[in-house]
Design a protein around this ligand. Sequence first.
Ligand code: SAH
Length: 238
Amino acid sequence: MTFSQILLVVLFVTRAVSEVEAQNFTAERQQMVKEIDAMVAATERATGVAKLDERVREAMSVVPRHEFVPAPARSSAYRNRPLPIGKGQTISQPFIVALMTELLQLEKTGKVLEVGTGSGYQAAILSLLARDVYTIEIVPSLAKAAQATLGRLGYGNVHTSVGDGYLGWPEQAPFDAIIVTAAPDHIPPELVKQLRTGGKMVIPVGTSRQELMVLTKNANGTTSMRTVAPVTFVPLTR
Ligand code: SAH
């Protein structure tokens, strides 16, 4: 065989392998969505969510989670569980991502704030359901990696920033929805201020025991709170 023939064979095999891989991931992603559906149905009594909105389901079916996890974890990317993303942080369990997204009740014209960019996966899901996503990460290397991934995959309506998300993003307020993906021990008052009237904030609150909460900002300036489910998130650091 000549060198160019060998090269052709290598190219062919590489392409065949990556095609199979891509197909497998599509199938695995569909399987993941089915598992999420089952978990949503099984937890309805606690969460009040019987079924995912079709748009949320669609977003979960198309965003390539394997692109957001470190290479060694790729083969586990579509298991319904959290995965390490480095710096002691984790990408949330897909069921939790879907549930939190559902609870935000996003509109395509809306502006969302995420605190805790992590891998950027949740931001990518949000970007398909809102006009603009503003996401803040306190660990610079994670923010940089997430920004690169989101850019490479073409999620152009996600705006990233490095900083303390406890303080929100006042220049871009008010937000139609706010999602916090690290747990503070109390609701950050600045985030409530930056939420528009009628908007929802979905946030895990607590230290050793955390509860996922939905806060709604009412017209008279008061807030209503609902406890959804016990959860485990990394702490919100200051
Ligand atoms: N939403 C992420 C997962 C979040 S893990 C994803 O889809 O991958 C929680 C993230 O919150 C971590 O990356 C952590 O570094 C970050 N974090 C913790 N405290 C923070 C703070 N005060 N402001 C912004 N980000 C914070």
